[in-house]
Every structure is written in structure tokens, then in C-alpha cells.
Ligand binder design. Structure first.
Ligand SMILES: Nc1ncnc2c1ncn2[C@@H]1O[C@H](COP(=O)(O)OP(=O)(O)OP(=O)(O)O)[C@@H](O)[C@H]1O
Length: 227
């Protein structure tokens, strides 16, 4: 579904490149977690896949019916626009061009994420985990087949994290979704069946779950993988 070949990118368009000869294939139905040290280029790669940024060299092909994007949220953003969950999703549906079908699409997406009972609540009154589910519901609208999430566990407690990753795992199994997340919580992503791709020196390193599981426990996760 995603095919990246020999990608180079820097924010000023010149060498040295932040992403330098990076190649990556994400198959349909796969869950890939992008990991790596702060500033290594995970978010930049995500924005390139979304088409917000253009490669300096190399190619990115995304064969998706529709990409659903789940950004990080802030309390400020949720409280600054006091609307209900239903209103937020239905207006999103209209933006997607669903017109009169927006209401039904919103109800279906909320049911898929276990948020059907929260439609009349203000977005700003939801818990962090509930808000993340609503964002996932919004991203699913319009029949998305590729979900891209920016650090989905940020700000969630242990129960919230478990709920979000089991939702992602279920959506992948039942709807065949392809998932790419920028990830700091590798344990949670692995529990949902993710393949971890580690960015080091602008390129990808594939890491086996066993290696991650062993090394993360000892806190040696990143150091041991950097050449
Ligand atoms: N618009 C921009 N203009 C110039 N430099 C940028 C821009 N956006 C990001 N950068 C720089 O590019 C580098 C990679 O940033 P990016 O946000 O992709 O890293 P990241 O791996 O997602 O980091 P983190 O784990 O801290 O979120 C950083 O040095 C950052 O300062």
C-alpha cells in the first residue's frame, strides 16, 4: 500500500539530508510503528506519506482509497471549539463530501470505536482516551483504508493505552485496515501486532519483536540499535 524508494528529504531542500536513501514497503493490512530518537525524522516521514511535504529525491507511492489521519490532540484545541462529538463528526463528513450521509457515517464510525453513547457530549469534556477514540472514528469516516496516527498513546493512562491499541488491533483484523503510527510506546504497539521500523541516520532498520521486547525491558532499546 505504501512504497517508498530511496527517499531523500531535508527541510531546507539541501544535503545533508534528514532522511537519506530511505526505503520502506508497507503491505495492505500491515501495522507499522515508526520509532527512533527524538528529532530523527519520524513526524517528517509521516508528513511525507500524507503528502504534506514533497521528497527532495526518490519516490513515495501510496495506493489508498482514502487516508485517515489521527493527529495528536491538546486540551486547548478541544476546549477552544465547544461542539459535541456528533457535531464534530457530522461536519467532518460534510467536509469529506458525504452530504446527507454524514449523520449515518458519523454514527457508524462512533459505533466502530465504542463511542456511540458519547455523541451528545462536548469534545472538551471527554477523557483523553475517549477523545482519541473520537479522532480515530473521524479518521475512519469516508471509508478510509489507511490510518496514520501521530503518537496515539500520548497523555493516556494504562487503561486508556490498552483500550486504544486493542481498538487498533480489532480494526485491523475486522476491516483490513493498514496502520502506520509514529510511536514512542513500542510495548503497546507490539501488543497490537505492529512491526517496528526504527529510523537511524535517515534510514530504516527493521527490528524483530523479540529483540525489542528483550531490550526495552532493560532500557537499552535505542543505544543498542544505533550504529
Ligand atoms: N518545518 C521545519 N523546518 C525546519 N526543520 C524542521 C521542521 N520540522 C521539523 N524540523 C526538524 O527536523 C528534524 C526532525 O523532526 P521530526 O519532527 O520529524 O522528528 P521526530 O523524530 O518526529 O521527533 P520527536 O520524536 O521529537 O517527535 C528535527 O531536527 C526538527 O527540528
Amino acid at each position: 500500500m505504501i512504497d517508498i524508494d530511496n527517499l531523500c528529504f531535508s527541510h531546507n531542500g539541501r544535503a545533508p539530508y534528514l532522511l537519506d536513501g530511505l526505503s520502506l514497503v508497507v503491505e495492505r493490512g500491515q501495522y507499522v510503528a515508526l520509532a527512533g530518537e527524538n528529532g530523527c525524522g519520524k513526524t517528517t516521514l509521516m508528513r511525507l506519506i500524507l503528502g504534506f511535504l514533497k521528497p527532495v529525491c526518490g519516490t513515495i507511492r501510496v495506493r489508498s482509497r482514502r487516508i485517515g489521519y489521527v493527529p495528536q490532540t491538546t486540551d486547548f484545541a478541544a476546549r477552544a471549539f465547544p461542539i459535541t462529538v456528533d457535531e464534530a463528526l457530522e461536519s467532518w463528513g460534510r467536509l469529506l463530501g458525504l452530504g446527507a450521509k454524514s449523520h449515518a457515517a458519523a454514527r457508524e464510525a462512533l459505533a466502530l470505536t465504542g463511542m456511540a453513547e458519547r455523541g451528545s457530549r462536548l469534545v472538551g469534556d471527554l477523557s483523553g482516551g475517549e477523545r482519541e477514540r473520537v479522532l480515530i472514528a473521524r479518521a475512519l469516516m469516508g471509508n478510509a483504508d489507511l490510518l496514520i496516527l501521530d503518537e496515539p498513546s500520548t497523555g493516556l493512562d494504562a487503561d486508556g493505552v490498552r483500550a486504544i491499541y486493542s481498538l487498533l488491533s480489532r480494526l485491523r483484523e475486522t476491516r483490513g485496515l493498514t496502520i502506520v503510527s509514529v510511536e514512542h510506546n513500542l510495548t503497546a504497539a507490539l501488543s497490537a501486532g505492529a512491526s517496528v521500523i526504527h529510523l537511524v541516520n535517515g534510514r530504516t532498520h527493521v527490528c524483530t519483536p523479540r529483540r525489542y521486547a528483550d531490550e526495552s525491558v532493560g532500557g537499552r532499546l535505542f543505544g543498542s540499535l544505533i550504529r
